[in-house]
Ligand binder design. Structure first.
Ligand code: DX5
Ligand code: ZN
Length: 216
């Protein structure tokens, strides 16, 4: 499986100083950025879209992992790739045909992930798994940072890992120094972190505390 990594989520950061935040995160050891795109429709919260993605693209070489919490991912997949996204993850709950959605995103030349919320069963992924590079197992309901970790994600990770040894697995929501170890033990590769980095002043200390637990 892939080298495990902590991915800072640009949701609870200082949006007035994105360039500075990206530089601080890179200095702190981050190597991939997770971008939370919300449309106020698929989820009740709104964040940002292509102009911010392209703005970030101008200021960093780090891969941009874009988490689309939007109702019509195919409508915006092309513009997101043009803006500089390296990976696009859509929600299985948002689309009628997940296999087709994944195939069309892959045709754009980026990696593709499929996400599922805590109440969504793994069976919903069955038809699309052959067309994705990654599964994002949500450990909170998509929409907001700072929510409590739901351990149902650990069961899903274990099941996916045992059935698909080579599939890239990502977890998102409530990851901190206590939950990251169990998620790693369940087979997860990529750990999205919001509060546990941005509520600390010292990003480097926060990231290395988390890194220590997934590399040991
Ligand atoms: C939730 C987002 C997450 C969130 C994680 O909808 O997808 O990326 O920012 O934040 P924490 O780590 O605070 O749960
Ligand atoms: Zn996310």
């Amino acid at each position: 499986d892939a080298a495990p990594a902590v991915l800072p989520s640009l949701l609870l950061c200082d949006f007035g100083d994105l360039k500075g935040e990206v530089a601080k995160l890179h200095d702190a050891g981050a190597r991939v950025l997770h971008l939370d795109v919300m449309d106020g429709h698929f989820v009740p919260n709104m964040t940002y879209a292509m102009p911010i993605v392209s703005g970030l693209r101008r200021h960093t070489d780090m891969p941009l992992d874009v988490h689309l919490m939007i109702s019509d991912p195919l409508k915006y997949a092309g513009p997101m790739v043009d803006a500089g996204a390296d990976m696009l993850t859509f929600h299985v709950e948002a689309v009628r045909d997940a296999a087709e959605t994944a195939a069309r995103i892959r045709d754009l030349g980026v990696s593709v992930g499929v996400a599922l919320n805590p109440e969504t069963p793994l069976g919903s992924l069955r038809e699309c798994l052959a067309n994705v590079d990654m599964v994002l197992v949500m450990s909170v309901e998509a929409g907001f940072g700072g929510q409590k970790f739901n351990p149902i994600a650990l069961e899903k990770l274990q099941t996916l890992r045992s059935e698909f040894p080579d599939l890239l697995l990502q977890i998102d929501g409530g990851i901190d120094a206590t939950t990251i170890g169990p998620a790693r033990a369940a087979g997860c590769d990529l750990f999205v972190v919001g509060s546990a980095i941005f509520k600390k002043g010292d990003y480097k200390a926060a990231i290395s505390t988390l890194d220590d637990q997934i590399r040991s």
